[in-house]
Design a protein around this ligand. Structure first.
Ligand SMILES: [Fe+2]
Ligand SMILES: [Fe+2]
Length: 283
């Protein structure tokens, strides 16, 4: 494709970012409040008073077996803070915050909710990997959850470009991010970083989204290696059936960089698959 055409398309795609609705303010504020380990349930309730459905939504996920096993039901925010803690509740707020974006937009998927499922699965695997390599588990969960958010922008272009992309995939074995650069002049990773920056997410989120398919760029960035491996596992485990699915050159070095053994990775895959279904039961 000629350079001028691609540059015009890229401009149009970046402009499309303006048409993406902002993330939910209520959940964004709640997530910020939950950064404080001393947050009280009264403070949360004050923030949630205009959005009674939000409290119910948070408590519903807090009752997933993933968070509270088969133990008693969590009925109030106070109970949630005591039993689950502010960090896990923040993960839930970030899940709710991004839910409609990941659900309503198809990304590259055919199946309904696939982008959402893949994002949740990546988050669950990232948490397990982070635990194993002593990285911040909650940050890994949240960054992994949002790593592919850029697909919601490019997914909107697939109607127009779908045939050409499918042709490219069939004819040349090149990675999907190369096809994105070729067709759109920009990748979903770059667009994800742009979106998260626009929504004022911390730098770790922006960086992880931007570099998740090129983790070798920052080999010492443990969080980035963690999210990249989680993404790779989701693809391998067959949870992803999206158009781009297996068309990435996975950087298997992430396993070495994280100093994980094959046995440890296998255990993470087994545990993560169980965790994913336990979390899904609460969504
Ligand atoms: Fe990706
Ligand atoms: Fe991904």
């Amino acid at each position: 494709m000629n350079k001028i055409k691609r540059a015009i398309k890229k401009k149009r795609i970046i402009k499309e970012i303006d048409n993406i609705k902002p993330m939910s303010k209520t959940y964004m504020t709640i997530a910020k409040l939950l950064d404080n380990p001393l947050i009280s349930s009264e403070e949360l309730e004050t923030e949630l008073r205009y959005d009674p459905l939000a409290t119910a939504a948070i408590l519903k996920i807090a009752n997933a077996p993933y968070y509270c096993g088969t133990a008693g039901r969590i009925k109030t925010l106070q109970m949630a803070l005591t039993h689950i803690g502010n960090k896990q509740l923040k993960d839930i707020a970030v899940m709710k915050m991004s839910e409609s974006h990941l659900k309503d937009e198809k990304g590259y998927s055919e199946r309904e909710n696939e982008l959402y499922d893949e994002s949740i699965a990546s988050a669950v695997f990232a948490r397990l990997i982070a635990q194993k390599v002593s990285e911040n588990q909650n940050l890994a969960f949240e960054c992994a959850l949002l790593h592919d958010i850029g697909k919601i922008v490019l997914g909107r272009m697939l109607n127009e470009e779908g045939d050409e992309i499918a042709k490219s995939l069939a004819e040349n074995y090149i990675s999907f991010d190369k096809i994105e650069s070729e067709q759109f002049g920009i990748t979903h990773a770059e667009l994800g970083a742009m979106l998260l920056e626009r929504w004022n997410f911390p730098e770790e989120f922006v960086k992880t989204a931007g570099l998740h398919h090129t983790p070798s760029v920052e080999p010492d960035n443990k969080l980035l290696q963690t999210v990249s491996l989680a993404d790779f596992i989701v693809t391998l485990s067959g949870l992803s059936t999206a158009t781009d699915g297996l068309y990435y050159n996975a950087d298997e070095e992430v396993i070495k960089r994280l100093r994980l053994s094959d046995i440890e990775v296998t255990k993470i895959i087994e545990q993560g698959s169980e965790d994913f279904f336990e979390l899904k039961r609460g969504l």
